[in-house]
Design a protein around this ligand. Structure first.
Ligand code: AGP
Length: 606
C-alpha cells in the first residue's frame, strides 16, 4: 500500500505535495518522491527513507518551482526501497511522470514487450511499465493514451500522471485502489485518501473502479473506460485527519482486520497463472526440493503461530516432515539442521532479533533459507536465500492481523507450489480454486458475525479464557489466545482439546469460559465431546463453527461462524472472528488497542 497525491492550482505545488505525503506516511514510508511541472519540463526529486528526507532535499519544497505536480510515499512490493525504485517514474522522453499505488500483476510480460520495443527501464518496479505504455500510446490525447494503457494492465492501480504537453493538468485513474479528488477554489487535488485533502478542502469526489479524472485549476472532468464523461456528486467529508488515517475506523487494528480480504487477495492473485501457483521470486528446482529431508519453520509470536497453521498444508500436500521451532529456542537448541534442511523464516517486520539470530545459526549449519516477510528490503529478506513477500501493506497496529493471514496464505501457496514441483499432486486445480476463494471467505467471516460485539460485552470481564481445538483448530486457537492476551489483557490460554483431561480440566468451572474451535469435520466429534466435558464442569462454551453444524449448535452456549471451507486452508478464515472478538473485548476493557502496554511492533532486541 502506498500513498499518492496530486495538485494543480496557482500556488507552488511542491510544498503542498510534501504536506500531503506526510499525512499519508502511514500508508508507506520506505521512500518518497515528487514530480513538478514548470515551463513544460518536469523536475523529479525522490529519495530513500521518510518524507522528512525529501523535505530536507528540497528545502521543504521551496527549491522546486511549478504549480502542477504529483507525489508518492512508497511501501515497497516490487523492488527494494531505493531512490531508483521510488516514485514518480519518468518516461524515457521525459514528457510523462507517474505515481502508482497497487500491484500490476502482468508487469513482467509488459516489461519484456516494452524492452523489446526499445524502452529503457531505470527501476525494478512493476509501476514503470505504465509510464512507458503511456509514452507509447500518446498521440496528443491523454484520455485516449490512458484508456489504451489501462486496457493493457491487470491488477490494482491508483495512478497520478502529468505530461509536459498538457501544462496545468493532472490525471488520476482508479482500479481497485482508493483514489479521491479534492475540489478546491481555483485549485484541485487528488489523493489516496482524504487524510491528505481535508486541510485544503472537505469537498471530495470518490472515484470508482474504471474511472479517470482530468483536473486543471478550474475544471474537473471524470470519464469512464470508454472516455464518456460522467457526472459525479461532491461529498462533504466530516472526518478529522486522525480518523481519516484510519479510514474512518476507530483503530488501525480494526481497519487492518477489515483489510484482510484485500491483503490476502493482493498476496495470492498475482501468484496464480493459468490455474497454477507461480512464484517468480523462487528459483527452486525439483532437484533442490528433492534434496530437502525436512522443513523447519522458525519465527516468533503470531508469525510462529502462522507457521503452526501452515504446516498442515505443507505436510499434507508435500509429504515432507515439517518442524516448527520458536526462534528464541531454536537458536540455543544446537539444532539438527544441515544442508538437507529448508528453513522457512516468517516475520512481518523482517527485523525480529530472535528470528534473525536463529536464521544465522541455521545458515551456519548449511540450511537453505526461505523468508516470508512483509517489509521489502528488511534484514531477514536480505539474509535469506529466497524471499517471498506478503503484500499486506504497512501494518500499523502492534497486534498483527493481516500480517498473520497473509503469512499463512503464502504457506498455503507454497504447499501447492512445492507439491506440483515434486509431482505429488495429481490435480492441483481444486487447491488453486480454494486459494482463490479465500478472500471471499474471509469477507464472509467478517460479515457473518454481528454477534461478536454482544459476546465481547458478555465475556470481557472473564478472569481467564480457554481456547481449545484439535489439529488445524488448535493452531488457530494459539493465535486467537495471543490476540486476546495482547490487546485486552485478559489471561487466555490455547489448549489442545485432547489434552484437557491430562490436567488442565482441573481449572475448568463456571468462571472459566471456553472458546471451542470446531472447524475441522474430521475431528468434530472429538471436540464435541470436549465441549460436553467442560460444560459438565460448569463452563460456558462459545463455539466457532459452520452454520450447519447442528451438533455443536445444540450444545454450545454462544456461537461464532465461518463459511464452509476445507480445513487444510481454513486458518486464514477461522482467525477472523477471533480477531474481532479480541478487538471488541479490548474495546470493552478500554485498552489502548493499537499500542498495547509493554509491546512494540517490531521486537528488534533479544
Ligand atoms: C503479534 O500480534 C505480536 N505483535 C508479536 O507476536 C509478533 O507477531 C512477533 O513479535 C513477531 O514479529 P515479526 O512477525 O515482525 O517477526
Amino acid at each position: 500500500m502506498c500513498g499518492i497525491v496530486g495538485f494543480t492550482g496557482v500556488q507552488q505545488a511542491a510544498p503542498i505535495l510534501l504536506e500531503g505525503l506526510k499525512k499519508l506516511e502511514y500508508r508507506g514510508y520506505d521512500s518518497a518522491g515528487i514530480a513538478v511541472m514548470s515551463d513544460r519540463s518536469i523536475s523529479v526529486n525522490k529519495c530513500k527513507g521518510r518524507i522528512a528526507r525529501l523535505c530536507e532535499k528540497t528545502g521543504d519544497g521551496t527549491d522546486v518551482k511549478g504549480t502542477t505536480g504529483i507525489g508518492h510515499t512508497r511501501w515497497a512490493t516490487h523492488g527494494a526501497p531505493t531512490e531508483e525504485n521510488a516514485h514518480p517514474h519518468l518516461s524515457n522522453d521525459g514528457r510523462f511522470a507517474i505515481v502508482h499505488n497497487g500491484i500490476i500483476e502482468n508487469y513482467l510480460s509488459l516489461r519484456e514487450e516494452l524492452t523489446a520495443d526499445g524502452y529503457r527501464f531505470e527501476s525494478e518496479t512493476d509501476t514503470e511499465v505504465i509510464v512507458h505504455l503511456i509514452e507509447m500510446y500518446y498521440r496528443g490525447d491523454m484520455r485516449d493514451a490512458l484508456i489504451r494503457t489501462t486496457n493493457r494492465l491487470s491488477g490494482s492501480y491508483a495512478l497520478g500522471v502529468i505530461c509536459t504537453e498538457e501544462p496545468g493538468k493532472i490525471y488520476a485513474v482508479r482500479e481497485a485502489s482508493p483514489l479521491i479528488i479534492g475540489v478546491g477554489a481555483g485549485e484541485n487535488y487528488f489523493a489516496s485518501d482524504v487524510t491528505a485533502l481535508v486541510s485544503h478542502t472537505r469537498n471530495v469526489i470518490y472515484l470508482e473502479d474504471g474511472e479517470f479524472a482530468e483536473l486543471s485549476t478550474d475544471s474537473i472532468g471524470v470519464f469512464d473506460v470508454l472516455g464518456h464523461e460522467i457526472n459525479k456528486k461532491i461529498t462533504r467529508v466530516m472526518w478529522d485527519v486522525q480518523a481519516a488515517e484510519k479510514g474512518g475506523y476507530e483503530h488501525f487494528m480494526l481497519k487492518e482486520i477489515i483489510e484482510q480480504p484485500a491483503a490476502v487477495k493482493a498476496t495470492i492473485a498475482p501468484r496464480i497463472r493459468d490455474g497454477k501457483v507461480f512464484f517468480e521470486e523462487l528459483d527452486m528446482s525439483y532437484d533442490d526440493l528433492r534434496d530437502i529431508r525436512k522443513i523447519v519453520i522458525t519465527a516468533c509470536g503470531s508469525a510462529y503461530y502462522a507457521g503452526c497453521s501452515g504446516r498442515y498444508a505443507l505436510e499434507r500436500l508435500c509429504r515432507i516432515p515439517v518442524e516448527i521451532e520458536l526462534a528464541s529456542e531454536l537458536r540455543y537448541n544446537n539444532p539438527l539442521i544441515d544442508e538437507h534442511t529448508l528453513l522457512i523464516v516468517i516475520s512481518q517486520s523482517g527485523e525480529t532479533a530472535d528470528t534473525i539470530a536463529a536464521m544465522r545459526e541455521c545458515k551456519a549449519r548449511g540450511a537453505s533459507t526461505l523468508a516470508i516477510v512483509n517489509v521489502v528490503g528488511s534484514t531477514i529478506a536480505k539474509l535469506a536465500d529466497h524471499t517471498i513477500y506478503t503484500w499486506a501493506g504497512p501494518e500499523i497496529a502492534v497486534a498483527t492481523t493481516k500480517g498473520y493471514t497473509t503469512q499463512v496464505a503464502v504457506l498455503y501457496m507454497l504447499s501447492v507450489y512445492f507439491s506440483d514441483l515434486l509431482g505429488i499432486t495429481e490435480d492441483e486445480k481444486p487447491y488453486v480454486r480454494a486459494l482463490q476463494e479465500l478472500p471471499r471467505a474471509i469477507q464472509q467471516a467478517i460479515d457473518m458475525n454481528p454477534s461478536v460485539r454482544p459476546l465481547a460485552k458478555k465475556y470481557h470481564r472473564s478472569s481467564a479464557l480457554f481456547f481449545i481445538g484439535r489439529n488445524t483448530d488448535y493452531a488457530v486457537a494459539l493465535e486467537g489466545a495471543l490476540k486476546m492476551k495482547e490487546i485486552s489483557y485478559l489471561h487466555a490460554e490455547a489448549y489442545a482439546a485432547g489434552e484437557l483431561k491430562h490436567g488442565t480440566i482441573a481449572l475448568i468451572d463456571e468462571h472459566q469460559p471456553v472458546i471451542a474451535l470446531c472447524c475441522n469435520p474430521a475431528i468434530m466429534e472429538k471436540t464435541l465431546s470436549n465441549i460436553v466435558e467442560v460444560k459438565s464442569r460448569g463452563a460456558e462454551v462459545l463455539a466457532l463453527t459452520f452454520r450447519n453444524n447442528h451438533k455443536i449448535l445444540s450444545v454450545a452456549d454462544d456461537l461464532l461462524f465461518i463459511p464452509d471451507i476445507d480445513p487444510v486452508f481454513s486458518a486464514v478464515v477461522e482467525i477472523v472472528p477471533l480477531q474481532l472478538l479480541a478487538y471488541y473485548v479490548a474495546k470493552e476493557n478500554g485498552c489502548d488497542i493499537d499500542k498495547p502496554k509493554n509491546l512494540a511492533k517490531s521486537v528488534t532486541v533479544e
